[in-house]
Design a protein around this ligand. Structure first.
Ligand code: ACO
Ligand code: ZN
Length: 294
């Protein structure tokens, strides 16, 4: 029954138009009831208002004067910009973004209370404006040390490194806050793949460097208090649990003679790094102009 319900719901909004793309949707999203009978929704790519008919969108585009997300540009490098949108100051935009994102996010509940969130919207900019590529949301105050609630790369832009960029960006914000962070659970399959890739690259690059410093043994020892984990966590803003699960999933933690040992054999590390894929688009921290939300 549930499957059928999902299926019939999904069929309602099968496609969206956004900027120069027509995009097939993936999942149900709880748009207001009056939109439930349209097979295709037309989005303004700047304010994210959505309409039932193309002519409405064309009329809207003539009078909409936004050319980028309604917030502060906190990062610019080449044609890539990141905007921070406060859900409290831009409620409608926040809600529109959630409706749009839910079309591609399965397990996530939709937040109607966008007041409590900041939205970090990644754009490719040209002379026509700043075109949204993806985004992540973040709670203004998280008790569970979440540094990211939902992440999305719009389908036409997927597998180009933007997801990795957004993840890296979320950790750069955590570093500026002086906090460790972790993504809200559950993670989707694609989310987990992307996070695992990010964690693997960041942690193994550090392990490789440490190896050079530790001249005698090719192992780094975990003491009972896990001070090494703590150090890794401080350097990367990655939560210790995520470090442990990443190293465990790569089979890099072994238990020898009553002690935990992290294998830092350069050959093994290089093999895992290769398998973790391309680094992709880097965040240039010198171009991030931001102070934590208070
Ligand atoms: N098939 C196999 N591997 C994939 C795929 C895919 N379709 N997509 C991503 N990956 C893996 C790859 O390892 C890839 O690295 P590689 O290209 O070097 O091999 C890595 O993930 C990241 O690739 P990116 O190009 O950086 O990521 P992308 O821009 O595609 O964004 C994201 C990843 C955000 C998860 C995207 O797939 C997406 O928006 N999915 C739908 C929404 C979603 O599931 N979000 C996560 C939910 S969990 C949460 O929000 C906390
Ligand atoms: Zn608009």
């Amino acid at each position: 029954l549930r499957e059928h319900e999902e299926f019939t719901k999904v069929k309602n909004i099968a496609k969206i138009e956004l900027g120069r793309y027509e995009i097939d949707t993936w999942y149900f999203s709880p748009f207001p009831p009056e939109y439930n009978d349209c097979p295709k929704l037309f989005f303004c790519e700047f304010c994210l208002n959505f309409m039932k008919r193309k002519e409405q969108l064309q009329r809207h585009m003539k009078k909409c004067d936004l050319k980028h997300p309604p917030g502060d540009e906190i990062y610019r490098s080449g044609t890539l910009s990141m905007f921070e949108v406060d859900g409290k100051k831009n409620k409608v935009y926040g809600q529109n973004l959630c409706y749009l994102a839910k079309l591609f996010l399965d397990h996530k509940t939709l937040y109607y209370d966008v007041d409590l969130f900041l939205f970090y919207v990644l754009c490719e900019c040209d002379d026509r404006g700043c075109h949204m590529v993806g985004y992540f949301s973040k709670e203004k105050h998280s008790e569970e040390s979440y540094n990211l609630a939902c992440i999305l790369t719009l389908p036409p832009y997927q597998r180009k490194g933007y997801g990795k960029f957004l993840i890296a960006f979320s950790y750069e914000l955590s570093k500026k806050e002086g906090k460790v962070g972790t993504p809200e659970r559950p993670l989707s399959d694609l989310g987990l793949l992307s996070y695992r890739g990010y964690w693997t690259r960041v942690l193994l690059e550090i392990l490789k460097k440490h190896k050079g410093n530790i001249s005698i043994k090719s192992h780094l020892f975990l003491t009972g208090s896990c001070t090494f984990m703590q150090e890794l966590s401080d350097m990367t803003a990655i939560k210790a649990d995520d470090i442990l699960s990443t190293l465990q999933s790569l089979d890099l933690i072994q238990y020898r003679k009553g002690q935990h040992v992290i294998c830092a054999d350069p050959k093994v590390l290089d093999r895992h790094l290769k398998a973790a894929g391309r680094g992709g688009l880097d965040v240039d921290v010198s171009k991030l102009i931001w102070t934590p939300y208070k």
